[in-house]
Design a binder for this molecule. Structure first.
Ligand code: AMP
Ligand code: MG
Length: 469
């Protein structure tokens, strides 16, 4: 099988990356191939499952037409500046052009050391690989922009994490591109204006063909991120590491590390074990995104000429109205209002406030508005009863069906992901595949998956996620 490569990033100057083939592994074995995604990309799923396909997915064979490289980038991690990060354990094989002309990066994550590995081993273990597979595919099925998982393989090697030997794995990740805010920061920090020009043109051509110049690009990225964050919030998603190197300029969700979908709602909810001060808490995400975008704006200033600071400031401030409108549209739909206005905010916030103080499950409460079971989610159902009449009056004239399309029944709950990983480590992939199947149709109730629709029992609750990737 020849893959339809056309590697535009590899044609940028050499200082954008390090040419680096994946490092072969001892004994590649297939774990999962995303057949539907393969077909969408114009790739043969049977070939991907074959020994030759497995060799490519493990990095043991480099397919014809690939131009493997590790991308250079920098970033602010938890607000602290790191002038050089880069792909330390990922290799971009190249870009493939799908039958409809859409261009996608094909990246192997866990493909061995690169010049950007610092002290890392360049590898990934099975747990985080399966986690990213499940959560990124769930995100796509929920209808939100995200990188995708094309495949996962095991390496036959053990790697050390947190003092334990773990089974090694490689994830094949698909993205519109892997260009990050941190990619711009890498060149801005080096005063490399020429590279910034080239990168700007590259990103415009690839993601925002209508955008004019650096300011047009900034406007477009700001709007895409504002919509994305509102989308995350509408499904209770907490990214967990919104560092500037983990924010894609395409507006896709990227880098599923210690991320989580909330069970019980609380605006201050944090899962990541390393987020001590709640920088990336649920309700901080819009503010952090705007902060990250201000870093992108700063990088673009040298390209903008006169009035740059004011224009860039206005552009970043454009985040707020786009985010607020999208938040209102999404949360309005969640409670059954087609065109919510600012006058509806108190109603939405009244529900969220009660959910927070009564430990209500985010997903089940909204879905319960349809089935009449929402009040059961509140420790004290009377809290819901004081909200319900005003809501019923408000939606009396609204069209039916809005809530069914805005409120998923199934999300990738932490405890289910952990259980699927535990089983996979013990050699049983059944729960992993079942979870993927269930999450492919998140808006459709299905009695076969009742266990995946339930909230965790108290002893099942997972309140910490780890970066030990
Ligand atoms: P992340 O936390 O996945 O966003 O990674 C932050 C940075 O650390 C990136 O530059 C990664 O490439 C690098 N990194 C993470 N894990 C490893 C590893 N096991 N080996 C080498 N580099 C790594
Ligand atoms: Mg990252």
């Amino acid at each position: 099988m020849t893959l339809p490569f056309d590697n535009s990033y590899a044609r940028l100057p050499e200082r954008f990356f390090a040419r680096q083939p994946p490092v072969p592994v001892a004994a590649p074995a297939p774990l999962a191939v995303n057949r539907a995604l393969a077909e969408r990309l114009g790739l043969d799923p049977d070939w991907l499952e074959s020994p030759q396909g497995t060799a490519v997915l493990a990095g043991n064979a480099v397919p014809e037409g690939a131009a493997p490289l590790a991308q250079a980038y920098a970033g602010h991690q938890f607000g602290g500046w790191v002038p050089q990060l880069g792909d330390g354990r990922a290799v971009l094989l190249g870009e493939i052009v799908a039958p409809d002309g859409a261009r996608f990066d094909l990246q192997l994550k866990g493909a061995g050391q690169t010049p950007f590995s610092r002290r890392g081993d360049g590898r990934a273990w099975l747990g985080p690989v399966l986690r990213e597979y499940v959560v990124s595919e769930a995100m796509a099925a929920l209808g939100l922009p995200t990188t995708r998982a094309l495949a996962a393989v095991t390496t036959g090697e053990q790697i050390w994490r947190d003092g334990f030997p773990r089974p090694g794995a490689v994830l094949t990740r698909i993205a519109r591109s892997h260009i990050r805010v941190g990619t711009f920061q890498y060149f801005a920090a080096r005063g490399d204006t020429e590279a910034l020009h080239l990168l700007t043109d590259h990103v415009i051509a690839r993601h925002y063909p209508g955008a004019e110049g650096p300011l047009g690009l900034l406007d477009a990225v700001v709007a895409a991120q504002a919509r994305l964050i509102a989308g995350w919030m509408s499904v209770g998603f907490i990214h967990g590491v919104m560092n500037t190197d983990n924010m894609a300029v395409s507006g896709e969700t990227i880098d599923y590390g210690p991320c989580a979908f909330m069970d019980a709602y609380h605006p201050a909810r944090v899962f990541s074990s390393i987020d001590q001060f709640g920088r990336y808490a649920y309700a901080n995400q819009a503010q952090i995104a705007a902060w990250n975008l201000a870093q992108l704006a700063t990088c673009l200033l040298p390209l903008m000429g006169e009035g740059a600071v004011e224009a860039a400031t206005n552009s970043v401030q454009g985040f707020v109205p786009v985010f607020q409108a999208e938040w209102l549209r999404r949360f309005g739909a969640k409670i059954g209002i087609q065109q919510a206005t600012d006058a509806d905010r108190p109603l939405i916030e009244g529900l969220l406030g009660r959910m927070a103080s009564e430990g209500a499950d985010f997903t089940r409460t909204f879905r319960g508005l349809i089935t009449g079971t929402a009040r059961d989610e509140f420790t004290d159902p009377a809290a819901f009863d004081t909200w319900e009449p005003g809501w019923r009056a408000r939606i009396a004239q609204e069209p039916a069906g809005l809530m069914e399309a805005a409120n998923p029944v199934r999300i990738p709950r932490n405890h289910r992901i952990e259980q699927a990983i535990e089983a996979a480590v013990a050699g049983d992939l059944t729960p992993f595949h079942r979870l993927n199947d269930a999450l492919a149709t998140p808006y459709v109730p299905d009695p076969r998956f009742a266990d995946l629709e339930a909230a965790p029992r108290p002893e099942e609750i997972v309140s910490r996620t780890f970066c030990g990737t």
